[in-house]
Design a protein. Structure first.
Length: 117
């Protein structure tokens, strides 16, 4: 897990756009998930969301047991998302781009768990 600075995630005043951006974040690459050998590496990324429709209320809040998957309250809008990613370590680097034109994204605020009361 890597902690990012507070300003890495930004939301527009109207809540219809959001950006998560980090540059040259130091990480350890293990070549396989949870592997015993690690090498220092760095990654950078920028992911942007833009709402494409109206927000709709979702969830049942505290009207259902806390273990129920609907135990949240939110207002979500369908969105388009784009991202760019890069990383490097000694002898290897990568970069790429992606979007949700053939996928799915949503954007909006949510409350769950103890925040429902």
């Amino acid at each position: 897990m890597v902690e990012l600075p507070d300003d890495a995630f930004k939301v527009s005043h109207d809540g219809r756009r959001a950006t998560l951006e980090a540059k040259d974040v130091c990480v350890l690459d293990s070549f396989q998930f949870g592997g015993p050998v690690t090498v220092p590496a760095s990654v950078s990324f920028k992911v942007q969301w833009e709402a494409t429709g109206p927000r709709e209320r979702r969830g049942s809040g505290s009207d259902v047991p806390a273990s129920d998957p609907a135990a949240f309250l939110g207002r979500f809008a369908d969105a388009r998302s784009t991202g760019s990613f890069s990383g490097s370590e000694v002898g290897f680097s990568f970069k790429g781009r992606a979007d949700t034109d053939r996928g799915f994204a949503q954007l909006g605020p949510e409350r769950n768990g103890t925040f429902l009361t």
